[in-house]
Every structure is written in C-alpha cells, then in structure tokens.
Design a protein around this ligand. Structure first.
Ligand code: TYM
Length: 326
C-alpha cells in the first residue's frame, strides 16, 4: 500500500475550460501531479453539472471535452487518476450518509447556493441544496490532504471539513480535514471589470480554445480609461492582474507608466493578450492531437475510474460498518 498523501479535485462540465479554471484549479493540479509525495485524483463532476439546467443531448460530449482539456493541459494518466464522477457511484452513496449530519439551514446559507437560487429561481432543487454534501463526499472519499481549487470553493471546503469532524466524532471514522491548495491565480477577475471570471457570465472569460484574435479582442474589451493615472478602476486592476500572471517582468514598468500618466492601455492590452496566447498555444496544439486519439482518452478514464473505485469501495464499506449499517 502506498503511503503517499492524496490530492483530489474536480471541475464541472459546463463548457470548455476558461482561464479562471486553468489558473485557479488546473495549474495547482499540475503542480501536485509533479510532486512524487502525492497521489492525485482528478474528476469531471457530471453529477454536479446536472444540479442546474443542462442539455442531456450534449452532456456526454461536454464531459469528454473537459477530460480532453485536462489531458491537453498536461494531466497525465500515468501519474494521476483521471475519471468521471458518475463512474464511481459510491460518491452518491457516501453523500447520502453524510447528509444525515448536515442541517438544511447550513446549506441554505452558503453563498454559492444563494447565487444559484438567484440565477435559476425556477430550479431550486434538492440536488442544488445538496451540492456541497456531494462535494464533501467527492473529497473525503479519498481522504486527501489537499484540494487544488480556486478561492471561490473555500466555503465548500469548510463544509467538507465540518462533515469530516462530525463523522469522526460520531462514528469514529478517520477523515482528514483537507486544505485548499492555492495558486497565484486563485481569483481571476472578470473581463468586464466586475466580479470573477465565470462561464455563466457572457463576456467575462477567455476560453482555453480561443484564437489569438479572439483573445486580443477580449482583452481589449476590459474597461480601462482613456488616460492613465489616479485611482485604479476595477477594470484596470483586472488588466494588471493578468499582467502579473502572464508578464510578471513587465508589470513594474506598466505600473510606473500608469502612475506617471504615460501608459498606453491598448499597447499593454495587446502585450498581455499576446502573452496569454503564448501560454495557451501549446495546449491547443496538444488538444488537436489528443482529440483524435479516442482510444487513449477512453483508456485513461477507464483506468482512472478503476483506481478510484477501489478506494471508494473501501471508504464506503468502512462508513457503513461504523454507522451500524453492515
Ligand atoms: P467549477 O466547475 O465551478 O470550477 C472549476 C474550478 O475552477 C476554479 N475557478 C476559478 N479560479 C479562479 N478564478 C476564477 N475566476 C475561477 N472560476 C472557476 C474553481 O475554483 C474550481 O476550482 N464545486 C466545484 C466542482 C467540484 C469539486 C469537487 C472541486 C465538485 N466536487 C471536489 C474540488 C473537489 C465547482 O463548481 O467548480
């Protein structure tokens, strides 16, 4: 048995990955995959995807696309278990056991739940309310130390830690209290100068699949100002966030120019766009290759799921015993 520490993360299949997913989550996933002290489990969470309205005709394709994006970004099935959540039905079973310890009020007060209720007032379902419990199950199933996710997922992680504590107290299980593994891009702002980059907000994101021209057009759309200097608006701050992430060496110079009023925003934007494209281009090239190799993708998921199931069976069997069910 390996004594490696574990890592788990997941992304919903709500479309192709964007820069926020890449910088806040995938980069952390890659960093930990490269560390021999960790054993990594990375999912596409299709069961979470269906907690809000979705298209059943295209769900499978969307899931597949996230898997391909994972592989194109550098997740390696030889090093990490890559799988699809619903291939391990134990996640649903464990979530049910966990739900016996979670109050309805606690779930109703979560910011992510409140946001979704506003966004989809006609779809306030049990699955939506239960979202964080299923996520706690995803995580605790593998008893990981670290969860590479963006800062927006912190409230969900807190729920997972609470569940771990309660399970351990009530039933003598040994769930760890996993911590978030953060990256430099743990909070990527929206291109619209308000809030975070999000798939559900049109015009807020750069897709990993965007062409050079699309990226340039999108970065140019960040609301800045005609003149540099003075207090930074949220749009200008967002532009500087991208500069710090993609052009760290030039950012000081941009800032100096901003302060003395000589910064040309268009020039800065085009330099930032170019640098973003430079990072995405190899991923896009890689994706073209992987897309064609359906057998490689199928095998990666099959093997990843097998590895995950083995652990999931153990955890669920242990919980069933401790809870007096078997
Ligand atoms: P999801 O699908 O909304 O987002 C996937 C990942 O991308 C990160 N992210 C961002 N990071 C920085 N800046 C942004 N603007 C930005 N937008 C998205 C998210 O923080 C996340 O890491 N609940 C999860 C999915 C999930 C999960 C899990 C994650 C289900 N079970 C178990 C980890 C472990 C979610 O909705 O992610």
């Amino acid at each position: 048995m390996s004594m490696k520490k574990r890592v788990l993360s997941g992304i919903r299949a709500t479309g192709r990955l964007h820069l926020g997913n890449y910088l806040g989550a995938v980069k952390g996933m890659l960093e930990l995959q490269g560390d021999p002290n960790y054993e990594c489990f990375y999912m596409v969470v299709d069961l979470h995807t269906i907690t809000t309205p979705y298209d059943k005709e295209t769900l499978k394709e969307s899931v597949q696309n996230v898997v391909i994006d994972y592989l194109a970004c550098g997740l390696d099935p030889e090093k990490s278990a890559i799988f699809i959540q619903s291939m391990v039905p134990e996640h649903v079973e464990l979530a049910y056991y966990f739900s016996t310890l979670v109050s309805v009020a606690r779930m109703q007060h979560l910011p992510t739940y409140k946001e979704k209720v506003k966004q989809y007032p006609k779809n306030v379902t049990m699955a939506l309310l239960n979202y964080p419990v299923l996520m706690a199950s995803d995580i605790l199933m593998y008893k990981p130390q670290l969860v590479p996710v963006g800062v927006d997922q912190e409230p969900h992680l807190e729920v997972a830690r609470e569940i771990a504590r309660k399970m351990n107290q009530m039933y003598g299980t040994d769930f760890p209290e996993p911590k978030r593994f953060s990256t430099k891009g743990e909070y990527i702002p929206s291109l619209k100068g308000e809030g975070k980059m999000a798939k559900s907000v049109e015009g807020s994101y750069v897709n990993l699949a965007d062409t050079k021209d699309e990226i340039q057009k999108k970065i140019r759309s960040i609301p800045t100002a005609t003149k540099a200097g003075g207090e930074m608006t949220p749009g200008i701050k967002a532009l500087f966030t991208f500069a710090e992430l993609f052009l760290p060496k030039k950012t000081e110079d941009f800032k100096k120019k901003f302060n003395d009023g000589t910064l040309q925003f268009q020039e800065m934007k085009d330099a930032v766009a170019e640098a973003i494209y430079k990072e995405l281009q190899p991923i896009q090239e890689q994706r073209k290759k992987i897309e064609k190799d359906t057998e490689y993708v199928r095998k990666a998921i099959e093997e990843g799921a097998e590895k995950a199931r083995e652990i999931a069976r153990q955890t669920v069997s242990e919980v069933r015993k401790k809870m007096g069910l078997s």
